[in-house]
Design a protein around this ligand. Sequence first.
Ligand SMILES: Cc1ncc(COP(=O)(O)O)c(C=O)c1O
Length: 429
Amino acid sequence: MTSATLTAARPAILGGTPSVTLDQTEANRWPIITDDDEQAVLGVLRSGQLSISDETTALEDDHKKWLGVKHCVAHNNGTGAIHAALHAFDIGPGDEVIVPSATWWASVMPVLHCGGIPVFAETEAECIGLDPADVQRKITPRTKAMVVVHLFGMPSKMNELLAIARKHGLKVLEDASHAHGATYHGQPVGTLADAAVFSMQANKLVPSAEGGVFLTNDDQLWEKVIRFGHYERLLGLNTPSKRFAATGFGFKYRMSPLSAAVARSQLRKLAERNQRRNENCIYLSEKLEKLGIQTFLSPPGVQRVYFEFLVRADESRLGVPVKDLAKALQAEGAMVGAPRYPLLHQQPMFTDASQPGGPAWAKLARISGTPERPLPIYDPAALPRTAAGNASLLKLPSFPRGERRLLDQYATAFEKVLSHAAELPRSGA
Ligand SMILES: Cc1ncc(COP(=O)(O)O)c(C=O)c1O
């Protein structure tokens, strides 16, 4: 072996040459904005309809057609749509809503703003969604609903979760914000439960200039969502809700027509762009699986998508702690890192009881304790399986426009680094 070959075979962190040398800017650029997005926005801008516009109803129609759902209501963001959905589920003071801890806070915080109590359940290891067995254990007579998050684009175990919900009369909201275009046993996500929400914040698979949609087949849920945040539509309802037309229920969750224009234009490209991203992530996943990395490929009957590409790098299998692996891969030029979301049940909102009047979560839920019965705080050590699983996750780019050559360089970086696992520098606990 020549000395150049030897250096190439050595991890960069141990003095070798880096494996990932191609420019990654274009491979990972998102959102992808083209002339037709610009023309769509200009069209709405020039129409002068910047508040209420046919563009927004057209976006709703696009979703109804795409997903075969009866009702769609565009919102200014996904958070507002989740708030509206939970209001429509009649979540009120003391109602418990089962939620994952491994998600973005918007899946959970609106529960508190309805007066409800989030009850965190474990995340299962296969699809990184709510663990049906733990959901079952967490049900009490006060449980009213669950929020299911298709995390990073992987559909949760809906058959099992829906069976539990049916048995206990619970409403189910799909937070499908990460999963535009995923399917579950032939059915699109967003159509599997009582209602669904997609965020269209700019990182999402259907990006816009902030936006979200609420979807349901249920006339009553739809009406309540309209009442909650869309006062301008109340006059158009031929139902008793019309009497609230002068006030609505106090929120304004209408989507900007400029955002709707971006979202419509981006939705048209979803299938093609998902296909490229999926092919790239699956190509690299198959190589990484051979190295002992769990990549969350779609289980049978499921077609996942990749809002984010997270893999599990288990120290006991690979012989190196994930953070040291990440450092070695970064030295190779790979854009890897820890997952973005902290576990919610460990955050001060839920764990800090030091404030006068009780923990912050209880104030938002408008619940107070008494000296005899102080309010519980959430236990950061609860959900040990979720915490352990989360600690070994590694985030990769999702390569929306990556070329095979770049993916091969990533595969080489992993292979090289893992074949020197024992020698990689350790940073300690
Ligand atoms: C899982 C999840 N749910 C809900 C939201 C909230 O959406 P928005 O940012 O559009 O309010 C986000 C992200 O932004 C999310 O990641």
